[in-house]
Design a protein around this ligand. Structure first.
Ligand SMILES: *Cc1c(COP(=O)(O)O)cnc(C)c1O
Length: 496
């Protein structure tokens, strides 16, 4: 048998089912000495269930080898732009896993859950303070769900103003995350795209021309997905309110401005945060998350249920705002993520948050300076949390695409950055180093990017075929999408 060493063999080709030998067991269970219970009706039984048959040692080595093939923030730089893949202090996981929190029943009466509820109340107040809004609901379980909540709140407010029939459009910049137009469309609005001006901010003339009595809201990401500050956002907010519309804020990039700028002060009406990005929850692989919505006095009655409140009797309870849009999901949101955010916020305080955003911005600008001249920079001005390069020069001069550059980074030992987003940047490479990368790591990443730019000129064929060091190289993406292999079959059933 081949040694189970990382790099020793093709794990994708041999799963646990194909290893070991019949009768081998990871655990010996003593024979049952009690009374026997009859089996269910024979028609309900499968006559053979194939399970992996391995010894405990084999099994542990198998999973250890598999886990070593995973690339995560705990193994190295993870520069995925927009996602804020920063290092998450382990103590926050520890706090969330304390038995008093982790073992609490979601339907426990409030009298028995005052500890957890008080913490959620404190977190609510902390986020209100940090964003400059009077009201917060912690219920949404993701950024996208927070957006949906915010737009539904605007919908209800328009209904109460008697304007829902006439205000049927939402303006969304062309640099927005896909969840923004998707949210507007799911809430039943028509989406009007606003172009980005050459300086990377919203095109003011188009906004002014579009703002009329048919506009319900404008969704603005601040800082935007180019990593740039939205110039003159206060003035845009004023224009939007003059036109009777709401200003929705996508606060997924709060990491760049925490402790320095507050959405409420800028004139936003409602904003969602991504606690799993800015407030320390590991979120590779799609979750879990939390997307609290923070809003103005006017929108507070519409917040999603539940909202934690201190009641007159001194107890903290989950309450339902009077005109609430309702529940986004069962129970109270992703409490484990909220606990991590609370621990992070309390550990850092205002000064700490300021230090985080300052370092995040410094790191992105350091990377921008290191790579300047090696890759095109379509919006060439100082950035905030991330920097968006373009591989269009490499494509034009050497036939190498951003996709090739991203794949080659794997051979250089790095997770690739976000590619082909934002959509307005050709061959986009969106890089967010975050505040937790030390300068040496940023330099090493820049060295790899510069080496790849050199390879693009000297050896484009290598880039087209990369990666070479991963268990699986390039996938046939069309076949993977059209004829996916989604389950293991025993060899004798192959080809079904
Ligand atoms: C990540 C992100 C979202 C969506 O958040 P999810 O938690 O993934 O649903 C929305 N907008 C921006 C700018 C983002 O970066």
């Amino acid at each position: 048998m081949t040694a189970l060493r990382p790099g020793g063999e093709d794990f994708g080709a041999r799963l646990s089912f194909d290893r070991g030998s019949p009768g081998r067991r990871a655990v010996d269970v003593p024979a049952w000495a009690g009374e026997e219970t009859p089996l269910p009706d024979a028609a309900l039984l499968r006559d053979s269930v194939r399970l992996p048959e391995l010894s405990q040692g084999e099994l542990v080595r198998y999973y250890t080898a598999l886990s070593a093939r995973n690339y995560g923030i705990d193994s190295g730089t993870y520069p995925l732009g927009s996602c804020t893949m920063k290092y998450n202090p382990k103590v926050d996981d520890l706090v969330a896993s304390l038995p008093g929190f982790a073992g609490a029943h979601p339907q426990a009466p409030p009298e028995d859950a005052q500890g957890t509820l008080r913490i959620l109340l404190d977190l609510r107040r902390g986020l209100a303070e940090a964003t400059g809004f009077p009201a917060v609901s912690l219920a949404p379980a993701a950024g996208a769900q927070g957006e949906f909540a915010g737009v539904l709140m605007i919908t209800r407010a328009l209904e109460d103003r008697g304007e829902l029939e006439t205000r049927r459009r939402i303006l969304v910049p062309d640099s927005a995350h896909g969840t923004n137009p998707a949210t507007a469309a799911m809430a039943g609005f028509a989406v009007t795209q606003i172009p980005t001006a050459p300086d990377g901010s919203l095109d003011r003339a188009t906004i002014e021309a579009e703002l009329d009595g048919s506009v319900a809201a404008v969704m603005v990401t601040a800082p935007n997905t180019l990593g740039l500050w939205e110039q003159g956002i206060e003035e845009v907010a004023r224009l939007i309110h003059e036109a009777g519309a709401f200003l929705y804020g996508d606060g997924a990039n709060f990491n760049a401005i925490m402790g320095r700028v507050r959405y409420g002060d800028l004139g936003f009406d409602v904003v969602h945060l991504n606690l799993h990005k800015s407030f320390s929850t590991p979120h590779g692989g799609g979750g879990p998350g939390a997307g609290p919505v923070c809003c103005s006095e006017e929108l507070a009655p519409y917040l999603p249920t539940p909202v934690v409140e201190e009641c007159p009797d001194g107890l903290v309870r989950f309450t339902a705002p009077e005109r609430s849009i309702g529940r986004m999901q069962q129970f109270h949101g992703n409490v484990g993520v909220l606990l991590r955010a609370y621990a992070y916020l309390r550990a850092l305080g205002l000064e700490g948050l300021r230090a985080v955003s300052g370092q995040a911005v410094l790191n992105a600008n350091y990377l921008r300076a290191l790579l300047h001249g090696h890759y095109d920079l379509p919006y060439d001005r100082p950035v905030l949390h991330e920097v968006v390069f373009s591989g269009s020069r490499q494509r034009r001069e050497h036939g190498v695409r951003t996709y090739d550059i991203a794949k080659r980074l794997i051979d250089h030992g790095f997770h690739p950055p976000t590619v082909y987003f934002p959509l307005i940047v050709e061959e986009a490479l969106m890089i967010e180093p975050t505040e937790t990368e030390p300068p040496e790591a940023i330099e090493a990443f820049a060295d790899a990017m510069i080496a790849i730019a050199g390879e693009a000129a000297s050896d484009p064929e290598t880039l087209h075929a990369a990666p070479f060091t991963s268990p699986i190289g390039r996938l046939d993406e069309a076949t993977a999408a059209r004829r996916p292999v989604l389950r293991w079959r025993p060899p004798d059933e192959d080809g079904e």
